[in-house]
Design a protein around this ligand. Sequence first.
Ligand code: NAG
Ligand code: NAG
Length: 460
Amino acid sequence: MEPLLLQISSGILLIVKNYTGDRLNFGLAAEQARNHGVAVDMVIVAEDCAFDRPSKAGRRGLCGTVFIHKVQDHSFVGSGLPGTLGVSLSPCSVPGCLPSFELPPGDMELGLGIHGEPGIRRSKVSSADEVVRTMIEHMTNPNSQSHLPLQSGDTVVLCVNNLGALSCLEMSVVTRATISCLEARGVVVARTMTGSFMTSLEMAGVSLTLMKADQEVLTLFDARTSAPAWPNLSSVSVSGRSCVTEAPVMSSKPQDDTQNEGPLSPVMRKALEKICSTLLEKQEELNSLDRTAGDGDCGNTHAQAARAIQEWLQGHVVPGCPGRLLSILAGLLEEKMGGSSGALYSLFLTAAAGHMTEGRSNTAAWATAMHAGTQAMRRCKSRELDELMKLKTAPPAEHMAVLQAAVQRAASGVESTRDLTARAGRASYIAADRVTLPDPGAVAVAAIFTAVMETLQTGS
Ligand SMILES: *[C@@H]1O[C@H](CO)[C@@H](O)[C@H](O)[C@H]1NC(C)=O
Ligand SMILES: *[C@@H]1O[C@H](CO)[C@@H](O)[C@H](O)[C@H]1NC(C)=O
């Protein structure tokens, strides 16, 4: 130790978290170094925002210490302290020891320290957005003894710190929620760092640190350093927003909801209702077919889609323009059905919608639209839809016959999928001789066709 210390000419700054043991031991080390003629100074970091009333424990040093490490400036430490608050779903796990406290499943604890000290409040786990809102409110509540004064218009640097056991996915969700919450309060988030900076032995939790920052602090924060653990944010950074920009939400609510119903509206509504009830009835059948080759959720995804459509039908007018309806359904399925099925249906409906513009919604246009939809899914191009193209030329009296033929073709198409070899998706990894049942997706499509035809046949 001694030779190393003596080489340091400009002195040493000890940055110590406010724990009694740390203060004592580092204080002792500082005294010893001074005795060796080394210039030593000590800074105590106590940015814990947990305590809302005076407590004998005192504010602890938490992840904000990492900011002080980077922006080590005495004048700054005096004026613009960061604030930190943690939340966790589990105690930390010290190897070879029992947990320092028990946290029942489904509970979370606010305001813990990093050494396994319990926090200040327990509650039921809720959504990331809600947890983050509670944390920020607690951290900035002016009535709280240890709050961080934060106002609209302030600029901050944010650290979302993994206490040890959260996944990258969870961290990203919390980060996004935090940035949205701060921005909603008019706070400018100038820099964001997300990751494991001050952990607590596998604790399944996260802490948020906020540090008010002016240009000088930002310059210090951005300065490159050879410290191996510092993420050198300046090269990627600037605004935390850039990585968590809110995706444009595909709105399932048409803006022109008020648009009038058309003559087709009642029959389209009936057909949709029938499709939904059919898919819900078939949920188990589709799941069980899917268990052979897929992940057994084909019925569930279709049921999910059916419920989304039912919900939509309850609150909306079916637009008179079929193209508009198809695009609404496309958005709805993309958002609510998910998976490859959602994407395929959405692709089909989007392509079809383009052919059903205002003033072009007769039978021939429907046929062209269905064809365009299948073209968009090329590989899945099915014969029953070729059959439908006859609608373009058939006289109206024969329309029902054409439809019936198409439904028939769909049913035999389902049978032929028994011998198909999957080219993509999970089924493609399964030996072909194990797949002898019809494809559940084809069964679903045939059921949809039948539902539409039955609706039209009843003449409503
Ligand atoms: C550090 O903690 C002690 C209690 O251990 C407390 O009295 C003191 O006020 C705290 N320091 C700061 C700067 O908050
Ligand atoms: C940050 O940059 C410095 C030099 O510019 C480099 O020495 C250091 O290793 C970098 N840190 C990381 C974590 O990559």
